[in-house]
Design a protein around this ligand. Structure first.
Ligand code: HPA
Length: 247
């Protein structure tokens, strides 16, 4: 099977207009339905599979995304590498910047977070997650960002919160003490599920607001949308500069 790279799009990237779609595929998984049919096509000459995490109409909230179905579906069509794109709040990074995080802290709860089920005949598997992201793909993203002349941080700790509400100022202070640089609602269990299936997974975070208590006043939808609109253009130019060799 061809090594197509998957792009999982988040808020602001529910669709890639420049994606030349060749076909769409509804994948049935043992875990239920993925967020949308998989869209196969070419983006800037690169063969990709695109999946909008929040659904085609952007109606699936972070705590209801079927992360297992999404990752399983991508693996089932032969994907080996996944670029996950999502907007985040900045704890140590200002709005407008992109970041390719290198670490994660998981504060989510109650999500179907693993493919390991009780009590299969195969022995229990504990995957290594010391380095939660794929270094090779992280470097491809960083290089593409540099080639596209976008401001990009090459490391950072992503704190995954449950949502859909934003955090309290005290929660952000705690996350800051924990070492988080970014806060988002969809980074987990996506990354861990990809690791369980031995996929190369990296994340591109778009900082769209200062996290709670760090900006001037409350976080507004207007502020988020304004920064998202600007950042998404940076993401598209970064993606157009991806230099992918065969995995
Ligand atoms: N918190 C959590 N998720 C987010 C935020 C935030 O401030 N901004 C965008 N996604």
């Amino acid at each position: 099977m061809t090594d197509r790279i998957a792009i999982v799009g988040g808020s602001g990237l529910a669709w890639l207009e420049e994606l030349e779609i060749e076909r769409q595929k509804i994948v049935v998984t043992p875990y239920g339905e993925p967020s949308a049919p998989l869209a196969f096509g070419h983006f800037a000459g690169i063969p990709v599979v695109f999946l909008p995490r929040h659904g085609g109409e952007h109606t699936i909230p972070p705590h209801r995304v079927n992360y297992r179905a999404n990752i399983w579906a991508l693996e089932s069509v032969g994907v080996k590498r996944i670029i996950s794109v999502a907007s985040v709040g900045g704890i140590s990074m200002e709005p407008g910047i992109l970041c390719v995080p290198d670490q994660i802290i998981d504060y989510t709860w109650g999500r179907d977070h693993t493919f390991v089920e009780c009590c299969e005949t195969t022995p229990i598997k504990h995957v290594d997650f010391s380095q939660p992201y794929c270094e090779e793909l992280r470097h491809i993203l960083i290089k593409a960002g540099r080639n596209a002349s976008v401001r990009i941080k090459t490391e950072g700790t992503y704190g995954a919160t449950q949502g859909p509400r934003l955090e309290s100022a005290a929660e952000i202070q705690r996350m800051h003490r924990d070492g988080c640089d970014l806060v988002g609602m969809t980074g987990m269990p996506e990354a861990a599920l990809a690791r369980e299936l031995d996929l190369c997974f990296a994340h591109l975070s778009l900082v769209v607001n200062w996290a709670a208590g760090l900006g001037k006043g409350p976080i507004t939808a207007h502020e988020i949308q304004k920064n998202l609109d600007a950042s998404i253009e940076l993401v598209k130019s970064l993606l157009k500069n991806l230099e992918l060799s065969q995995a």
